[in-house]
Design a protein around this ligand. Structure first.
Ligand SMILES: C=CC1=C(C)c2cc3[nH]c(cc4nc(cc5[nH]c(cc1n2)c(C)c5CCC(=O)O)C(CCC(=O)O)=C4C)c(C)c3C=C
Ligand SMILES: [Fe+2]
Ligand SMILES: [Fe+2]
Length: 345
């Protein structure tokens, strides 16, 4: 069976115009693993409220970060795919969970090249129902409907791989080398607290009390986004020798009125600025590629909040994007898969 790799990221609108943003947000937010309420309630909320208000504001934000070549998230994912392809002999395709670069097209591209043994790699270091799980489920649906001859191998979240932690740490160290910063914030995309409970395979271990995520050996950690974010921070802090109190974990990008994972990034930036921190660095490890949430929400809005409360230097560390060493992590994941399958066969 010929092998192939399908990298999958979130996706972006086709353009930063309100019509395209509305179409994209409609597909994204109608996903039952993103807005996880019954269909009637989701339809009311998304089509009745959000899509009548948000696209205009979101389009304005997208316009601020859009590149001549297109959406930064898409362009950076394409550059990454090219790098990974150059490191490997097996075909590597790229798809997006939402928008025009569909997973169906990505699978078709690999099938057209003769691949029937495909490994999917969601471009998310940490597992979440709204990211990794929705990709895995969509791939299964498409394969059973259109590509029954294809065997799929999933890739678990790679937050705890040493090569990933080394690369993330190197990307931070390079940026901070000559910089005199007082605090480094590790800001992850948030999810509603409810999502963490829903993904709790141990049925009740997850108490959202700040302790369960650190319990050794819990089966729940495999599907606990909060645990995986906290551990990413801890492992990087260890690798870089960061002192306690000089770094922290926060969660950004809330939507709606339910409680989301805390502490919130924007409020933390504001509080720290008010408490007298003048030089802050911020890294966003839940995002592999720079996107609206890093380039606008963090680098523009976050900086504005910090300056408003007296902060002076706000350094944003880029995502791993198309770094050679990050492409190498994805190639390592691929080569380990090929080696294991060869031994089993
Ligand atoms: C990194 C992982 C992500 C998780 C987890 C996630 C959960 C999540 N997101 C929303 C709602 C929105 N997210 C939006 C943008 C966006 N989200 C991620 C990643 C994760 N989302 C990325 C990479 C991006 C940027 C996409 C780009 O084109 O650059 C948006 C759209 C922008 C906006 O209008 O603000 C929304 C809406 C929910 C509800 C959710 C979990 C339940
Ligand atoms: Fe999001
Ligand atoms: Fe947890």
């Amino acid at each position: 069976m010929k092998k192939g790799i399908l990298l999958v990221n979130l996706g972006s609108p086709d353009s930063p115009n309100p019509k395209d943003v509305k179409r994209y947000l409609g597909e994204f937010l109608m996903d039952e693993r993103v807005i996880d309420v019954p269909l009637w309630a989701r339809t009311l909320l998304v089509k009745g409220i959000i899509l009548n208000t948000r696209p205009k504001a979101s389009a304005k934000a997208y316009k601020k970060i859009w590149w001549d070549e297109g959406s930064p998230l898409i362009v950076l994912s394409e550059r990454l795919q090219e790098k990974v392809q150059n490191q490997l002999d097996v075909p590597v395709a790229l798809a997006m969970r939402y928008g025009s670069m569909t997973i169906k097209k990505g699978l078709q591209e690999l099938v057209d090249k003769g691949c029937t043994d495909i490994k999917t790699i969601p471009l998310y270091p940490q597992f979440a129902m709204a990211t990794t799980e929705t990709i895995d489920v969509k791939v299964d649906e498409l394969v059973s409907k259109y590509f029954p001859q294809v065997k799929i191998t999933r890739t678990p979240a790679f937050y705890n791989r040493q090569d990933y932690i080394d690369v993330l740490s190197a990307s931070i160290a390079e940026k901070l080398e000559d910089l005199d910063y007082e605090h480094i914030l590790f800001s992850y995309h948030g999810v509603p607290e409810r999502h963490i409970r829903k993904s709790d395979v141990t049925n009740g271990n997850c108490k959202m009390d700040g302790k369960c995520c650190f319990k050794k050996g819990s089966l729940q950690h495999e599907f606990c986004y909060r645990h995986q974010c906290e551990i990413t921070t801890i492992n990087v802090a260890k690798k870089l020798g960061l002192k306690n109190g000089t770094y922290s974990t926060t969660f950004q990008s809330r939507l709606g009125f339910d409680p989301w994972l805390k502490p919130y990034t924007d409020r933390t930036i504001e509080r720290m600025g008010k408490e007298g921190i003048k030089k802050m660095a911020i890294v966003t490890p839940a995002f592999v590629s720079d996107c609206l949430e890093t380039l606008e929400e963090i680098a523009m809005e976050g900086e504005e909040i910090f300056h408003e409360v007296g902060g002076e230097e706000f350094t944003v560390i880029p995502c791993l994007n198309e770094r050679d060493d990050f492409a190498q992590v994805l190639s390592n994941i691929t080569m380990e898969w090929i080696a294991t399958e060869t031994v089993i066969a």
